[in-house]
Design a protein around this ligand. Structure first.
Ligand SMILES: [Fe+2]
Length: 211
């Protein structure tokens, strides 16, 4: 079993009573023109905040009281609690993985080697991720994840799903819900998925690779 950052987080964090909305690691205009200020403020300040608020209403008094979001995602039955916990986990990973275009750095050696090994190259990998994102019908996510055998795989999830639930480590997530792209790209979401690569923070993404 791999020791991941997430599992370290679970082992070392004390029980919690309130879930809080993480602060964005950049100003809300910082990802323009790939993601507009309006989309970012709506996505983070309304949608992500709603998932956090929903969790704070649902968890007290439930069997999941005191658990970390990551533990709820692993343990909750399919339904509203799982959906909201999944979306809280997903959006935290999502917003943390971006960086303003001006600060963009090329992927480091470790993540590059892993992607080259498992997908045959960075461009081939991006193409597969984008094709998976375009193939999501309705709402869902596409993840680059490490499976339990140590392989990097592309995983499609409906709703607020995360491969963490099945013992995989999420490395990079693409939000395919309309709220992530519709305001900026209307009926051309392919452009959104294509340009997201311009704001990937590869240092953060690489740090999620299990050691
Ligand atoms: Fe979202």
């Amino acid at each position: 079993m791999f020791i991941t950052l997430l599992s370290i987080l679970i082992m070392s964090t004390t029980r919690i009573t309130t879930y809080t909305l993480p602060v964005l690691p950049y100003p809300s205009h910082a990802l323009e023109p790939v993601i507009s200020k309006a989309t970012l403020e709506n996505h983070h300040g309304k949608h992500f905040a709603a998932y956090v608020n929903n969790l704070n209403k649902m968890i007290p008094g439930s069997e999941y009281e005191g658990l970390l979001v990551e533990e709820i995602v692993q343990q909750a039955a399919d339904g509203p609690i799982y959906n909201n916990a999944g979306q809280v986990m997903n959006h935290k990973l999502y917003f943390e993985q971006f960086i303003p275009t001006a600060q963009y750095k090329v992927p480091g050696r470790r993540i590059t080697h892993a992607i080259n090994y498992h997908f045959g190259g960075m461009e081939a990998f991006k193409k597969q991720m984008n094709e998976a994102a375009m193939s999501i019908f309705g709402s869902g996510w596409v993840w680059l994840a490490m499976d339990t055998e140590g392989r990097l795989v592309i995983v499609k999830e409906s709703g607020g799903g995360n491969p963490w639930r099945r013992g995989m480590t999420p490395i990079l997530g693409i939000d395919c819900w309309e709220h992530s792209w519709y305001l900026d790209y209307a009926f051309d979401k392919k452009v959104h998925f294509d340009t997201l690569w311009e704001i990937m923070n590869w240092d953060v993404i690489e740090s999620r690779l299990p050691l």
